[in-house]
Design a protein around this ligand. Structure first.
Ligand code: SF4
Length: 324
């Protein structure tokens, strides 16, 4: 392995081992999935949680918590009664999604569970039919949509919610939320991911690319692509597979949460980059002036100068100290 790759692998492994899994899980939508004991409930809650996971994470958790409270202790049992699900989710709204969209997603997924034994068994069948992960995922999501009537009910074509809740992976987006759902279900249980779908190899997974992973991946040289497309997910995953071809996506959770904590600026910023675990291999710092590196105190070239800028930096550092 080249020296640069070895340094990157060491850094990624260190970020992963230092991640406070319990604390980070508690602030992530996946934390709700761990609140259920039955794997069939876990599958359904994971699908709901990942499907609404875009935007502010606190809002996502609040909306998800509200939906799950409405559904009661077992979403699986609630979903067996379609009318009841519609009643319980009536009035629930999150961004472009309405309670009726969530109800159709849940009812469709539950019908697949009953037909195949579990969502995992159905997805294994979709993979076994051949073709790419993308095609298998497209078959899987189409089956859920059809079973629940998601996107085919009267008036649904007039709103973005039904199509956006469970997108078609053959479309232009990177299907981050679907890939996140797969990661939770497939990767071995590690306190975050659940390892429920042991018949699917983690090697087939792709990294769910949100803005945090995208920024970090560009900063670490895993991709130069500027979009959040499926192709970008493939390129980032290929980069990570150099370090663990059997489980390349294992770095996703710790990296994503590092990006969230650092509010990665994707440029040299002494206060926001302070304490960032990947700074030694970040392209914005690894090319720091030799003198500054020797002194152990990087001097960013593009930092604002002058008294006002110094005051702003002091304020930002103080604010971070208070938050800790
Ligand atoms: S060192 Fe700064 S720019 Fe680089 S990844 Fe970390 S937070 Fe982002």
């Amino acid at each position: 392995m080249a020296a640069g790759d070895a340094a990157l692998k060491r850094t990624l492994d260190a970020v992963r081992s230092r991640c406070d899994v319990a604390a980070r899980r508690a602030s992530d939508p996946v934390g709700f999935v761990h609140g259920y004991a039955d794997p069939l409930d876990q599958e359904l809650v994971a699908l709901l949680a990942s499907s609404i996971a875009f935007g502010n994470v606190k809002t996502i958790r609040a909306k998800l918590g509200d939906a799950l409270r409405r559904l009661g202790p077992s979403p699986r049992l609630a979903a067996d009664d379609a009318l009841l699900v519609f009643q319980r989710l009536d009035g629930w709204v999150h961004r472009v999604f309405r309670g009726e969209d969530l109800a159709r997603l849940l009812i469709g997924a539950r019908r697949l569970q009953r037909a195949h034994g579990s969502l995992g068994a159905r997805f294994e069948d979709d993979l076994a039919k051949g073709g790419s992960l993308r095609e298998a995922l497209a078959r899987f999501t189409t089956a859920i949509r059809d079973a629940g009537g998601l996107g085919s009910s009267p008036g649904s074509a007039l709103r973005r919610g039904p199509a956006h809740l469970l997108p078609d992976p053959r479309g232009a987006s990177g299907s981050k939320r679907l890939l996140l759902f797969l990661r939770w279900m497939v990767r071995p249980a590690d306190g975050v991911d659940l390892g429920l779908w042991s018949g699917v190899a983690p090697a087939v997974l792709l990294c769910p690319v949100d803005t945090h992973i995208h920024k970090l991946s560009r900063n670490l040289g895993l991709t130069r692509r500027a979009d959040l497309s499926w192709e970008t997910a493939e390129e980032i995953t290929r980069g990570l597979a150099r370090f663990d071809p059997a489980d390349p996506v294992k770095y996703d959770f710790s990296l994503c949460h590092l990006g969230m904590l650092q509010r990665c600026p994707s440029r040299r910023d002494a206060s926001r980059c302070e304490g960032c675990g990947v700074m030694p291999v970040c392209r914005h710092w690894s090319r720091a002036p030799a003198k500054a590196v020797r002194a152990g105190e990087p001097k960013p070239r593009n930092m604002p100068r002058g008294p006002a800028a110094r005051g702003a930096r002091v304020e930002r550092v103080s604010a971070r100290a208070v938050r800790r």
